[in-house]
Write a protein that binds this ligand. Structure first.
Ligand SMILES: [Zn+2]
Length: 220
């Protein structure tokens, strides 16, 4: 899953106003931010198999550190500790803030579950899970769009615009994310080069987080 992961970022920001939307964007993609470099280093596996699914050629048969449910729990725990004991240690609501960051990390596994083929392990080996919506481009696009719009609507309901820009910025941003996903799914050719895939994935995650940070500044 790509932009659909951000449903959790918008929803958690709606729930906990003091949380940073930019950091929540990073947290929801955190295990993918680790996955691409780990795959590049050969620690986890990303093999390219022609027409593996309609969406991409990714056959990920070993990636327990980033996409095992246990691994994801541990990263989420690490996020909780980092934000509770370090980043937000002087805030009175540090427990809630650390908790939404941890939940954002954890959400990644459950949103991936919708689109991945059964390749998501609990620990490392079988059983593995995935509902396989990647077998259909159109269903993948629709499911990500529905998730993202649900997150956006909840965020808009729970926050108010502090300027004219704040009224529309989040909506325009989500339309931009949907356009990127459309191009990614239907227009751009499949990318089977691990190095350029890593660079473009990390670049998009950081870019989206920056935009999210500025969009959130226009609402309170
Ligand atoms: Zn993932």
């Amino acid at each position: 899953m790509f932009v659909g992961h951000y449903v959790a970022a918008f929803a958690l920001k709606g729930k906990e106003k003091d949380a940073s939307l930019g950091l929540l964007f990073i947290a929801t993609q955190f295990v993918d931010i680790l996955f691409f470099p780990l795959a590049l280093a050969g620690i986890e596996n990303l093999k390219f198999e022609e027409s593996f699914t309609e969406v991409n050629n990714f056959n990920m048969d070993y990636y327990p550190f980033t996409h095992g449910l246990l691994g994801t729990f541990l990263w989420a725990g690490l996020f909780f500790c980092l934000f509770y004991f370090v980043c937000y240690k002087n805030k009175s609501n540090k427990k809630q803030l650390a908790m939404v960051m941890a939940l954002a990390v954890l959400s990644h596994w459950f949103t991936d579950l919708i689109v991945h083929t059964p390749d998501l392990p609990i620990i490392s080996g079988a059983p593995k899970f995935g509902f396989g919506l990647w077998n259909s481009k159109i269903l993948t696009f629709i499911s990500e769009a529905v998730l993202l719009v649900i997150g956006l609507l909840y965020y808009l309901k729970k926050t108010v615009a502090t300027s004219a820009l704040g009224k529309y910025a989040a909506i325009v941003f989500v339309l931009f994310l949907l356009l990127i996903n459309y191009l990614n799914l239907f227009v751009l050719p499949a990318n089977d080069d691990i190095k350029s895939l890593t660079i473009s994935a990390l670049f998009s995650y950081v870019l989206f987080a920056f935009i999210a940070h500025y969009v959130a500044k226009k609402r309170a």
